[in-house]
Write a protein that binds this ligand. Structure first.
Ligand code: CO8
Length: 261
């Protein structure tokens, strides 16, 4: 249902209820041009609506997840242009997707590429992947959430150092700081992400949606409000068929068959 052909991305369905979105501008190391971001947003919207999709994996290729915003496309832009059209704002549409997104990062995830990975809900990385926010070396700063998400993920001092110097950091560093959930050999990272997405696709879709919503909205709230919001969502799930099925299956010692409603 969400099949459509694109120029800069490829959308496939490698496992039940899993969509795999592959960035496909290999000659430019998946530099994120406007057309690519527009396609990505269209694809994510369609997949979010598709009842046959439970979770999404986002990847690039072995050499690059994405080497950042397209520098050649933006180098001559003026302040008036970027301000008038609110350049980069459309990038954050990815954060409106309600289904889980797992970024499977191989190769370079630099600048906007690192920011794109951080907009995902889970990051799996190849042990050879390279992350970085090199914008400072181009006379700019991260513009797609890097100054906000990186410190929240790895702590203020580390994020400050990385963003102010623009030095790359390794997958091992990203893993030891908690930004990356799991490391794999490069040849396995996508299949592992797909396998996790498949697992997520099997449990109740409404509970998955509520869990993601609680975690994400909680980040914008104080602890007390967040816990209360969580409890309201928790209460709401008692109105779903999946809650009745999940608990009945436990009591009857059988496997639950979730219908995602
Ligand atoms: N933009 C445009 N083209 C790129 C980019 C990029 N970010 N990265 C690589 N390319 C192109 C190269 O120009 C080259 O093209 P060509 O063959 O036509 O010369 C091709 O991809 C292959 O790249 P290299 O020959 O450079 O490959 P190497 O293996 O020698 O080097 C590197 C790989 C180290 C990753 C190198 O390509 C590099 O440093 N790239 C730029 C990294 C960078 O600075 N990224 C940050 C960009 S700024 C940014 O993302 C701002 C984000 C702000 C929020 C969003 C804004 C839109």
């Amino acid at each position: 249902a969400s099949e459509q052909s694109y120029e800069h991305i490829i959308v496939t369905h490698p496992a039940p209820r899993v969509a795999l979105v592959t960035l496909n501008r290999p000659k430019a190391l998946n530099a994120l041009c406007n057309a690519l971001i527009a396609e990505l947003n269209t694809a994510f919207k369609a997949l979010d609506r598709d009842d046959n999709v439970g979770a999404i994996v986002l990847t690039g290729n072995e050499k690059a997840f994405a080497a950042g915003a397209d520098i050649k496309e933006m180098k001559d832009k003026t302040f008036a242009e970027v301000y008038k059209h609110d350049f980069i704002r459309s990038w954050s549409e990815m954060t409106q997707v309600t289904k889980p997104i797992i970024a499977a990062v191989r190769g370079y995830a630099l600048g906007g590429g690192c920011e794109l990975a951080m907009m995902a809900d889970i990051i799996y990385a190849a042990d050879t992947a390279t992350f970085g926010q090199p914008e400072i070396k181009l006379g700019i700063i991260p513009g797609a959430g890097g100054t906000q998400r990186l410190p929240r993920l790895i702590g203020r001092s580390r994020a400050m150092e990385l963003i102010l110097t623009g030095r790359n950091f390794s997958a091992q560093e990203a893993y030891s700081w908690g930004m990356v959930a799991r490391l794999f050999p490069s040849t396995r990272v996508v299949e592992e992400a797909v396998s996790t997405a498949e697992q997520i696709g099997k449990v109740g879709g409404l509970a998955v949606k509520a869990a993601k919503e609680a975690i994400n909205l909680g980040e914008e709230m104080g602890l007390g409000e967040g816990v209360k919001f969580e409890r309201r969502l928790f209460h709401g799930l008692f109105s779903t068929a999946d809650q009745k099925e999940g608990m009945a299956a436990f009591a009857e010692k059988r496997k639950a068959q979730f219908k995602h409603d």
